[in-house]
Write a protein that binds this ligand. Sequence first.
Ligand SMILES: *Cc1c(COP(=O)(O)O)cnc(C)c1O
Length: 791
Amino acid sequence: MEYGKEKRKERLEAYSLTTFGENFIHLTKKEQYIALTQMIMEEIVPKWKESLNKYSDKKKAYYFSAEYLMGRAFSNNLINMGYQSEIKEILKEYEINYNQIEEAEEDAGLGNGGLGRLAACFLDSAATLNYPLMGYGVRYQYGIFKQIFEDGFQVEKEDDWLKLGDPWSIKKLKDQVKVNFADGDVLAVPYDTPIIGYGGKTINTLRLWEAHAIHPFDFREFNEQNYDLAIKEKNKAEMISKVLYPNDTKDEGKILRLKQQYFFVSASLQDLVKKHLERYDTLENFHQFHSIQLNDTHPTVAIPEMMRIFTKEYKMDWEKSWNIVVNTFAYTNHTIMQEALEQWPVRLYQALLPEVYEMIEQINKTLIKDLQQRGISYEKIKHYKIIENDSIKMAYLAIYGTHSTNGVAKVHTDILKKRELHFWYKLYPERFQNKTNGITQRRWLLKANPELAEFITELLGSKLWITELNQLKKLEVYQEDKEVLKKFLKIKQKKKNQLAQYIKKQEGIEINPYSIFDIQIKRFHEYKRQLLNAFHILDLYYRIKQNPDLDIYNRTFIFGGKAAPGYQRAKGIIKYIHEIKNLINNDKEIQGKIKVVFITNYGVSYGEKLFSSADISEQISTAGKEASGTGNMKFMLNGTPTIGTLDGANIEIIEQAGQENNFIFGLQVEDIERMNLTYDPREYYEKVEGLKRVVDSLVDGTFNDGGTGIFKELYDSILKGTSWHRADEYYLLKDFESYRMAQKKVNDAYKNCQNWAKKCWINLSNAGNFSSDRTIEEYAEEIWRIKNYIF
Ligand SMILES: *Cc1c(COP(=O)(O)O)cnc(C)c1O
């Protein structure tokens, strides 16, 4: 049952009055957004309940993730429910601008970057394909910090995304559970958000837990006038879900982070066990109804926790329990970066989760016995131990305690098998598989680029691509069609104009919408090599100064991304780019030729505007370091060629769209494996024309790092190396020349606009494989073994 227009307006006015005490037209934009959402939820909730009921006796999958980078829900939900044009019409009658309502919603930024956004894309795809997949996580009160710049330095501000409440979620008090810690128990209160599949047939759930005190107020202390003590327990408990760790490289504040992990994992497992027992009265068939995906090692404590529940609370025997656990869980590995492979000091686990730790010890013992029985030598067994040198290796626990370990792109999985986890691969070859990441075309094309989406639908004569992205392949026949390519370029220009306007408004910078939009947006990390991009820009600048007639097409270099607050080098690179920006943008002589923009507070919603208007996609990580990347796919889906290395999913992008339609450069994984010990960056520093000049800008007074010494630090990291890493660990100097050549090719290719459009078009036509629908099909069939029922 759907409401007609008049009924909707009536309900809208009712919510406006009961929530805000005013008629709709008199509310602020944010209030209007909330009233509209309440009105829409009224229609969604009955369908949501119905959808959940359909799967009540079926095997379901569960995604355990410490992060969900959802972005905004408003347009996405309207599009997927099929309500968008009707809601637009209603707003028109009120003479209210739809975009302003859309922008009134805060991004739900409960994630750091790619890993959290992948979780969000997966939820969208599973619901769209009618797979029962439920997400579990933490309802952080503060999401990823808001980034601002002061004098070119990143400054972090709190992201108070809930200040006006979250009208998409429903608090389910009746499902609250208690989570035990050695230093006191806390309550976990769930909030459910509907995950609406395209077409609205399946609506799944994202359940996020919020931490509360069992006794939030101590009246006795209050009476004694000890006000701080009266709310001590409340503050301590609520701290658990207070803030998302903005750090995806190192683990600081370790105890709190461990509490967060155990908090949501324990609550989620209790939830599942309770519901299962209500229906089946036994846990012996638990794995026949549940498949749980561990998104990286953050929720791996689920493995010993489930062993604890089964063996201690339900007195099942160890082996039987272990068998169920291994058959229930699967693990996704997201990185081979050594510092991100999670380990926990034994003493922290012992102090905070003694019973869980006992389980880990028991698991470790069983593992060692297993290995001995296989005749593996004592020396070799050492490599496998889950507990070693007083630390717990979460990745090993995750491999041993699950039936599936997957990497996120072919090359990444190959590296895991060949190198990083080779010994585990030898033990369990059947457990290792690849699941190349994907992105949802509903958000990253249909929503982000409605102009291009409409054109595609028109050409294909169908909207089928929205749920079957391989349909795009049929567009390839237009690769020489002048009219089609012209229309494509016209749409691209429109998106560029929109972005230029938005940047003017947000950043106060004017950019030339007819210049090449060269975009690198992603977290700041040395391995992603924003510094290589910066060096190239500075080199280009110096070359233009030397030769004002240098043949270059106007270009706008756009950067966006956050650095972990404690990651000094990444913050130094951000400052350095700002310095280059000031030098170039203030130089009247080169006016127009090149310009640099650093957009503030990159996130999902800003991304929607950037991916759709890019001319060239920067994917320049050191080969072997970027597990997959998903930003690369978002650009491709919007018809943007890549300048990049053969790393992560770039390799598969090139396989699909052709090397000739992209700009590949630099060392490959095997080159680096071979060079490892012999590489001397000084050789390149001295010999490569222009390279010394740009590297020296870090220390020769060209730029000012505000007396922090961070530029000198960057300089040393490239040329000197330290006890903890080699000089130029990420091969910037080695790859500089070939990057510069690839950039020259971009410059030359762009001048031939029809040829350029053809490259764009072929990229778009071959993006089908990178739909997260494809990824989810693979998970569902090859890992979760769940079915999608078309009811
Ligand atoms: C897609 C996305 C990412 C991941 O980008 P990579 O280039 O793959 O690192 C990070 N942050 C946001 C907001 C995204 O949308």
